[in-house]
Design a protein around this ligand. Structure first.
Ligand code: DGL
Length: 265
C-alpha cells in the first residue's frame, strides 16, 4: 500500500451540489477518507467569467492540497469545463472532473433529440463544445441554461412553488420538442429529480454523471496505487463558507462518520 493511500480524497463544488457526487463515491469507496469544500458563498459559479471560475478552482484546490488530499474531484461541471486543464497543468496530483453526460444520452435516445440542462458557464465552455462535437451528428441538442436553479437549491427551496415554476419553464418546452433524454449537467440538479419527475412523468429519461465519476475515481486510485486498503471506519469532513443548515439537510441520510463545519474560505 502506497504511503499516501490513507490521505483524504478532496472534493469541491460551488456549493452543496457536489455532495451528489460524494454520495456515489462514498457508496463505491466506503473506506476512503474525504474532505468536501462547499464554496456556497461564491455560488453560483455558472454566471461568472472564465477567469473568476479558474481563480476559485485554484483557491479550492490549494485549500485541499494544504490538507494533504491525494486526489481531487472537481465535483462541479462549471469548474471542470472551465478550469480542469489549468489545474492539471499546475498541480501534480490526479484530478477527476465531471461533464454533462451527453455521450450516454446520445446512445440512449430514440427520438434523436436530447435536452441538456446546465449552467451558462458549462454550456459556453470550450470543453463542452469539444465533447459535443464527438457525438453522432444526427442528434439534435436542446441546451437550456438553468439560471436561478442553483440559487434556489442553495437557499433550501428545493420543493417550492418557485422551483416548480422555474423548472417547468425550462422543461415543458423540451417535452413539446420531443426530447426523450434529459441530461442533468450540473451536480446540484440530481436533487431536483423528484420535482422534474412530477413535470415529465416517465416520458423522459433523466441522466447524470455521478456514478461514472465514482467509477472513474476508483480506477484512477487503483492506477496510481493510492486506494485505501485499510478497513478502518472512514472520516468525512465538510467545510461550508455559509450557513450549514442546507448542507446538513442534504446529507442527513448518510450514516457515515461526518463532521460539518462553517468556515470562511
Ligand atoms: N454544481 C455546479 C455545477 O455542476 C453548479 C454551478 C454553479 O454554481 O453555477 O455546474
Amino acid at each position: 500500500m502506497a504511503k499516501h493511500s490513507k490521505f483524504p480524497i478532496g472534493i469541491f463544488d460551488s456549493g452543496i451540489g457536489g455532495t451528489s457526487i460524494w454520495k456515489e463515491m462514498n457508496t463505491l469507496l466506503p473506506y476512503e477518507n474525504t474532505i468536501y469544500l462547499s464554496d456556497s458563498k461564491n455560488a453560483p459559479y455558472g454566471e461568472k467569467s472564465k477567469q473568476t471560475i479558474i481563480d476559485l478552482a485554484i483557491k479550492n484546490t490549494e485549500i485541499l492540497l494544504n490538507r494533504n488530499c491525494k486526489i481531487i474531484i472537481v465535483a462541479c461541471n462549471t469548474a471542470t469545463t472551465n478550469a480542469i486543464d489549468i489545474l492539471r497543468e499546475k498541480y501534480s496530483i490526479p484530478f477527476i472532473g465531471i461533464e454533462p453526460a451527453i455521450k450516454p444520452a446520445a446512445l440512449k435516445t430514440r427520438s434523436n433529440i436530447i435536452g441538456i440542462l446546465a449552467t451558462k458557464g458549462t454550456l459556453n465552455s470550450k470543453l463542452f463544445e469539444q465533447t459535443s462535437s464527438t457525438i453522432n451528428k444526427k442528434i439534435i441538442r436542446k441546451e437550456i441554461i438553468g439560471k436561478g436553479l442553483v440559487a434556489l437549491i442553495e437557499s433550501g427551496k428545493l420543493d417550492s412553488k418557485e422551483m416548480t415554476a422555474l423548472l417547468s419553464s425550462y422543461i415543458i418546452p423540451l417535452i413539446k420538442e420531443n426530447v426523450d433524454c434529459l441530461v442533468l449537467g450540473c451536480t446540484h440538479y440530481p436533487y431536483l429529480v423528484p420535482q422534474i419527475r412530477k413535470i415529465v412523468g416517465n416520458k423522459i429519461q433523466i441522466i447524470d454523471s455521478g456514478e461514472a465519476v465514482a467509477r472513474q475515481t476508483k480506477a484512477v486510485l487503483h492506477k496510481n496505487d493510492i486506494i485505501n486498503t485499510s478497513k478502518d471506519k472512514s472520516e468525512h469532513k465538510f467545510y461550508i463558507n455559509k450557513d450549514k443548515k442546507i448542507l446538513e439537510f442534504i446529507i442527513q441520510d448518510c450514516k457515515t462518520n461526518i463532521e460539518i463545519e462553517e468556515k470562511d474560505f
